[in-house]
Ligand binder design. Structure first.
Ligand SMILES: Nc1ncnc2c1ncn2[C@@H]1O[C@H](COP(=O)(O)OP(=O)(O)OP(=O)(O)O)[C@@H](O)[C@H]1O
Ligand SMILES: [Mg+2]
Length: 267
């Protein structure tokens, strides 16, 4: 049985490049260098890594990190069973053992004592010590580690140590430029190009408010949600309110200014 079966990507995840990130990722992959993706929520980080895993023919083992996560959740643990105990590889170990891309999403959420388990895997050693099991795993030649986080939410308590950061190549992601974002919207939802452009202008109005009462602007993900609703028959202004404005803030002033943008752009 293929231990990475569940993580194989069989259909191409559609990805609209923003620049030369596909070629750069391929170069990092060729050298098996660990990669860090940074950027705001809903800007295409996960989609990019899914697309790259598919393109490179590697399974993608994704882990959503959180502060309760322990090293054992990544590496593995002994399970108690009627006949005794049985070791079960964690997701990081599975990818390292069998040659997958391991994607640690929102890695800054994990505690630092959890994150350090990746250190020996992400330098020249490419090893994962499984202390409890008494095994020193040498990573499969096709193993690669990718991590992502949103620098916007970063706080002093939640940050990566320099010794962790300085193992990675990094890609700075942001929302795509207008023409590319329109191409994403059209491809993902089927909305007409002029309407896509208008929705994106509303998103730009919100993105300009980031830091002025808004933690994050309207993401590409929310634009896609609005386009999806429009394709199901919802009027564009209503779709923009429901998918783009109401989720992001409860602040009356910000809502009002975005409401103006909708009135001006989507009638
Ligand atoms: N470059 C792109 N090409 C195709 N689709 C995109 C692109 N960028 C964003 N999208 C669309 O936006 C959605 C959200 O993107 P994605 O899930 O990759 O965001 P993310 O950066 O991983 O966000 P988060 O940090 O919240 O996990 C995707 O499901 C896809 O529909
Ligand atoms: Mg993601």
């Amino acid at each position: 049985m293929d231990p990475l079966h569940d993580w194989r990507i069989t259909a191409e995840p559609r990805y609209q490049p923003q620049g030369d990130e596909v070629a750069l990722f391929e170069a990092a992959w060729a050298a098996r260098l660990p990669v860090m993706l940074k950027g705001p929520t809903g800007c295409g980080k996960s989609r990019f890594v899914e697309h790259m895993a598919w393109k490179l023919g590697r399974p993608l083992v994704t882990v959503a990190c959180n502060e309760d996560m322990s090293a054992a959740d990544l590496v593995g643990r002994f399970l108690l069973e009627p006949g005794g105990t049985r070791w079960q590889d964690g997701p990081l170990t599975l990818a390292a053992r069998h040659g997958g891309i391991c994607y640690l999403d929102e890695v800054v959420e994990a505690r630092q004592d959890t994150v350090v388990v990746i250190h020996a895997l992400t330098d020249h050693r490419r090893q994962l010590p499984l202390d409890k099991k008494g095994e020193l795993l040498r990573a499969h030649p096709d193993f690669q580690l990718v991590i992502s986080y949103n620098p916007g939410y970063q706080s002093l308590v939640k940050d990566l140590k320099p010794s962790t950061r300085q193992r990675f190549c990094a890609f700075d992601f942001d929302y795509p430029a207008a023409a590319q974002e329109a191409a994403v919207l059209v491809a993902e939802t089927g909305v007409a190009a002029p309407l896509a452009a208008q929705l994106i202008e509303v998103a730009h109005a919100a993105r300009r408010l980031k830091g002025h009462g808004l933690a994050e602007g309207i993401s590409t993900r929310l634009l896609v949600n609005a386009g999806t609703l429009i394709q199901r028959g919802v009027a564009p202004a209503a779709a923009a309110r429901m998918a783009m404005v109401q989720p992001i803030t409860d602040d009356a002033d910000i809502r009002e200014s975005l409401e103006h943008a909708i009135d001006a752009l989507l009638t």
